[in-house]
Ligand binder design. Structure first.
Ligand code: NI
Length: 180
């Protein structure tokens, strides 16, 4: 199982809406396991396939780092079917270097998806897990958390990023510690 390369903003693959998965097979299961290893190695609590350059609707999430694997989710074609309430959460992303911001999300979500075992599942989540599900499903729409903050904050980040690229600091830059 190989670790996959995590794509960073402004890589164009992160802006593309991902394709629906039509076949759940062994090849897909192998790819999802590589995503899981890549997420743990990063380390992060979630990863969406476009973040490793594969534009398809697959996400992995494990918000419990104390017990890795116990609550691991591998979700195919996930869809948010219900939301309740709202919550402000400080988000960071493995694909957005050196930046975090408060993002308003639903506090609770109900998500429907398929598993690599070809079962349809429903997941009820709140707080961090709900935030992570919304953040990863956004990735499948070609949307990053920086698309959900004010224009002025986003512009300031773009400017900082340009400077980092110009100064050769982009490759070395680490993402922040809370990573979805
Ligand atoms: Ni992310």
């Amino acid at each position: 199982m190989a670790l996959l390369k995590i794509r960073k903003f402004p890589d164009p693959v992160l802006k593309e809406p991902a394709r629906l998965v039509e076949n759940i097979d062994g090849k897909l299961a192998g790819f999802i396991d590589s995503m899981v290893q890549t997420m743990y190695a990063a380390p992060g609590v979630g990863l969406a396939a476009p973040q490793v350059g594969e534009s398809s609707r697959v996400i992995v999430i494990d918000v419990e780092h104390e017990n890795p694997g116990k609550h691991l989710l591998k979700l195919i074609n996930p869809e948010i079917v219900e939301t309740h309430g709202s919550i402000l959460w400080e988000e960071g992303c493995l694909s957005v270097v050196d930046f975090t911001a408060d993002v308003k999300r639903a506090k609770e979500v109900l998500v429907r998806a398929w598993t690599p075992e070809q079962e349809e599942v429903e997941i009820e989540a709140d707080d961090l897990l709900a935030v992570a599900l919304q953040h990863e499903i956004d990735h499948l729409e070609g949307k990053l958390f920086i698309d959900r903050i004010s224009r002025i904050k986003r512009e300031l980040y773009r400017r900082k990023l340009k400077k980092m690229i110009r100064d050769g600091e982009f490759e070395k830059a680490k993402s922040p510690s809370v990573l979805i």
